[in-house]
Design a protein around this ligand. Structure first.
Ligand code: ADP
Length: 510
């Protein structure tokens, strides 16, 4: 028998994605599958998920969940062997755009009850109260699945180990405490010793309180969240549960983000054929309707356009940068807070032919951006892991990024000297002022001016190992520690067994 893991989340590519969580869930599931673990992804039944999953079949009707009756479907992830379970409810069924907010950007009023239903349904599966096989480990991700460890406890389910992975502590799922009974939360837990946080009930705190292990997606972020500066009001409880915290870095899907094979870029390249990157640059400039200038450095921004991602700082810094470097061109891809989006559009009018903006969410453009740019500007006030700069490094695009969270672990700063430090693959900067960002861009330009130094940094960046190889082993070790006595040997066997490799989904998926 293989060990079973139920991976519960709100996003997984290619079915639904708003950020890095979606990439991580699907890639982690693939890596666990390769370790011979029977992993299923459990997601809300959004329209895109119901339409995208293959071989879907209804397996159960759950008629007493918070929010009303629901259907459980089981199928497979597209072009994959990984099983996916979808919970179709009245509220998830109509979320055809962003899964958390409506067209005006306002949070759906029934988010609490909808995600509580997802958690209750997961616990039904754990309790073997559906036709689906109960897992040995339930792995909850972010606040959306945060009630699961609490519900396991209140339902007295002891034989299943629970993990909560925190991908972003800023999103906590905090709601009026009066909702507790309608969400199926026992009244004796609706207090500060339970899941109350500053007068509200908190899904994320529920996970932190009751999960057997809390995993955090980089070493540096795991240290930071224990401080008031980065703890978002949860540092106290996280310190209290410090013994249960495990730092496990994310990985990236090295096959999906691979300049040698990526079907979404204009020309393939490797470290040895880096000159082909130029075709990708021309292609990117054309997409943004900017004139081609072979010697102009191209700076890219590609992320959610939010306060977290320092959109305000970039808006303040870019005019000075563009004025200082008259040949420089800038492309911006992102979506987020309206005022910042408008700010970038305004900048594109002020610098025609030099700054191009695409407001939207487009996977293809994200690949083209990483492949075609020379540098990626990635300011951020906090960063649990930071997939985006890693994607850029894979394509020899040098990140200029904030020295926070996972970026500290993955980017090696070039330093301030005239030659890059050993192993340097990017530029890291401290601070949240425009001047801090401008100074970092200045340092990058100094390196860019010396083609040998730049090439060295590009090669360092492209040769980094950001695969799931080590992270997945750590996950399985953690599962093994918290699994029941009967399941432990199954995880131990998975750890020592030879990997069963999945077909190259990256290419098949396109
Ligand atoms: P976060 O999860 O905080 O948004 P990450 O950098 O870890 O940050 O992950 C962001 C993911 O979302 C990456 O896969 C990135 O390519 C993608 N992404 C962000 N904005 C866009 C966009 N506008 N279009 C396409 N992909 C985007």
């Amino acid at each position: 028998m293989r060990p079973r893991v139920l991976l519960v989340a709100s996003e997984a590519i290619p079915l639904v994605k708003t950020g890095g969580l979606a990439d991580v869930i699907t890639a982690l599931a693939g890596a666990l599958h390769e370790k011979n673990i029977e992993v299923s992804i459990f997601l809300p039944g959004y329209p895109s998920a119901l339409a995208g999953a293959t071989a879907l079949a209804k397996v159960a009707v759950l008629d007493d969940l918070p929010g009303g009756p629901a259907c459980l479907y089981r199928g497979r992830m597209p072009d994959s062997k990984i099983p996916v379970i979808l919970l179709e409810t009245e509220s998830f069924r109509v979320r055809s755009g962003n899964p958390y907010v409506d067209a005006n950007g306002d949070e759906y009023p029934d988010n609490a009850v909808s995600f509580a239903a997802l958690c209750h349904a997961a616990v039904r599966i754990c309790a073997a109260r559906t036709p689906l096989a109960a897992p040995h480990i339930v792995h909850a991700n972010d606040w959306h699945a945060g009630l699961i460890p609490l519900l396991l406890r209140s339902n007295d389910i002891k034989q299943i180990g629970s993990v909560l992975t925190i991908h972003n502590l800023a999103f906590q799922g905090n709601y009026p405490i009066e909702l507790g009974p309608s969400l199926g939360i026992p009244a004796d837990l609706l207090n500060p010793d339970g899941i109350e946080l500053w007068g509200k009930l908190s899904f994320l705190k529920a996970g932190i309180q009751y999960a057997d292990r809390i995993s955090i997606v980089s070493e540096s972020y795991a240290r930071e969240v224990l401080t008031p500066q980065f703890g978002n009001g949860l540092d106290g409880i996280l310190n209290h549960r410090k013994q249960a915290i495990v730092a496990i870095s994310n990985g990236i899907d090295m096959r999906l983000w691979n300049p040698a094979k990526d079907p979404l870029i204009a020309r393939h390249f490797t470290q040895r054929t880096l000159r082909n990157k130029n075709f990708c640059k021309q292609d990117l400039l054309a997409m943004f309707k900017l004139p081609a200038d072979p010697f102009a450095p191209l700076l890219a921004l590609g992320s959610r356009i939010t306060h977290q991602k320092m959109a305000d700082v970039a808006l303040a810094a870019l005019p000075a940068i563009l004025d200082k470097y008259p040949r420089m061109q800038v492309v911006v891809l992102g979506r987020g807070e309206r005022a910042y989006e408008d700010g970038f559009i305004e900048l594109s009018r002020r610098y025609p032919g030099r700054l191009g903006v695409h407001i939207g969410y487009e996977e293809r453009l994200a690949h083209a951006l990483h492949a075609g740019a020379d540098m990626l500007l990635h300011g951020t006030r906090f960063e649990p892991y930071g997939l985006t700069p890693i994607y850029s490094m894979r394509y020899g695009t040098i990140p200029i990024a904030s020295r926070v969270g996972g970026l500290i672990d993955t980017i090696i700063d070039a330093g301030t000297g005239s030659t890059p430090c050993k192993g340097a693959n990017g530029i890291l900067f401290d601070g949240e002022q425009a001047a801090d960002m401008i100074a970092a861009v200045d340092r990058a330009f100094k390196m860019f001016g010396n083609s040998d130094h730049w090439l060295t940094m590009q090669r360092n960046a492209m040769s980094g190992d950001f695969s799931w190889h080590d992270p997945v082993r750590k996950y399985v070790e953690m599962y093994s520690e918290i699994a029941s006595a009967a399941a432990k040997p199954l995880f131990a066997a998975a750890l020592s067994a030879k990997s069963c490799r999945l077909p190259d989904l990256a290419v098949a998926r396109r």
